[in-house]
Design a protein around this ligand. Structure first.
Ligand SMILES: C[S@@+](CC[C@H](N)C(=O)[O-])C[C@H]1O[C@@H](n2cnc3c(N)ncnc32)[C@H](O)[C@@H]1O
Length: 271
């Protein structure tokens, strides 16, 4: 059966184990998860306390929205490569970007088959722009860049998005190498929109989270600030730099001051 947007064989959804995309869907109040995800989510709620997991999901999503709006308005970005997009939970990157620049072009990538089931929402581009979705692994930058090239002009600046995804690349060197590989392939003027969960504020709860994910076959590395900083060390970060995401360019949409347990930043590729 070849029914992915790019004609590749469709992968099956494994409902016997939780997945990071479905767990995230649970955190942000979506409906695209199963009993096995809910069971894992219950253990995380026990570890963090009621409401905290939803807070992380909502804070991550609101950062996504503000950062894309910033890249579009302040940096003039009209091309986006959103890697680890997750189950669509509006507004999607292209909706935010095309509200500023209607001709914006966006390529979405994720390696979880649940996302493909909802890819239609990602493919509803405005008439002047374009979007594409493909299933691929961010640890294969050459493959992801080849997919991106079908829709984006890689000789022009691109906003690479790695939002709340590099914790699923546990090896520090591999995570750093991926960031470097993407940025070195992108044109001058490109930028990175980035967030990453941190264990700085609740180390015990995050160790339990890593255990729960590992039991589901999802290796994860929830990093302390220094390790996250090193992932973006080769970029020139726009002020205020790398901060907890709810404090990054607040615009009144995120009204909680509770920890989001994610550091986020927007950075320019160095010339
Ligand atoms: C926590 S969600 C983040 C969703 C979205 N980027 C956001 O910030 O709202 C992480 C997503 O990354 C995807 N993911 C994890 N590892 C990946 C990999 N190696 N390649 C591509 N996607 C990956 C998961 O399937 C999941 O959909």
């Amino acid at each position: 059966m070849t029914d992915t947007p790019d004609g590749r064989p469709k992968r099956q959804i494994d409902t016997s184990r939780a997945s990071s995309a479905r767990l995230y869907d649970l955190y942000v109040g979506g409906k695209d998860h199963y009993g096995v995800d809910k069971d894992a989510g219950t253990r995380l709620t026990e570890a963090f306390g009621k409401g905290s997991i939803q807070r992380i999901g909502t804070g991550a999503r609101l950062f996504h929205d503000r950062a894309v709006r910033y890249a579009a308005r302040e940096l003039g970005m009209d091309q986006y490569l959103d890697v680890g997009v997750g189950v669509p939970k509006g507004p999607n990157t292209h909706e935010i970007a095309q509200a500023v620049h209607p001709a914006s072009r966006v390529v979405y990538v994720d390696n979880d088959p649940i996302v493909l089931r909802h890819a239609e929402a990602l493919l509803q581009s405005g008439p002047e722009g374009a979007t594409d979705y493909a299933e691929a692994d961010l640890r294969e930058p050459d493959e992801v860049l080849a997919i991106a090239r079908r829709t984006l002009d890689l000789d022009r600046p691109v906003a690479l998005m790695l939002c709340s995804v590099l914790q699923f690349v546990p090896d520090d060197d591999e995570a750093r190498a991926a960031v470097t590989a993407y940025l070195s392939a992108l044109a001058p003027g490109s930028c990175l929109i980035f967030s990453h969960v941190t264990d700085d504020f609740a180390p015990e709860a995050w160790r339990e989270t890593e255990r729960v994910y590992a039991e589901q076959g999802i290796p994860a590395n929830v990093r302390p600030r220094a390790a996250i900083e090193s992932l973006v060390a080769d970029l020139d970060l726009v002020p205020p730099g790398l901060v907890e995401v709810h404090t990054w360019h607040p615009d009144g949409t995120d009204t909680s001051s509770d920890h989001t347990h994610l550091y986020g930043a927007v950075g320019h590729k160095r010339a």
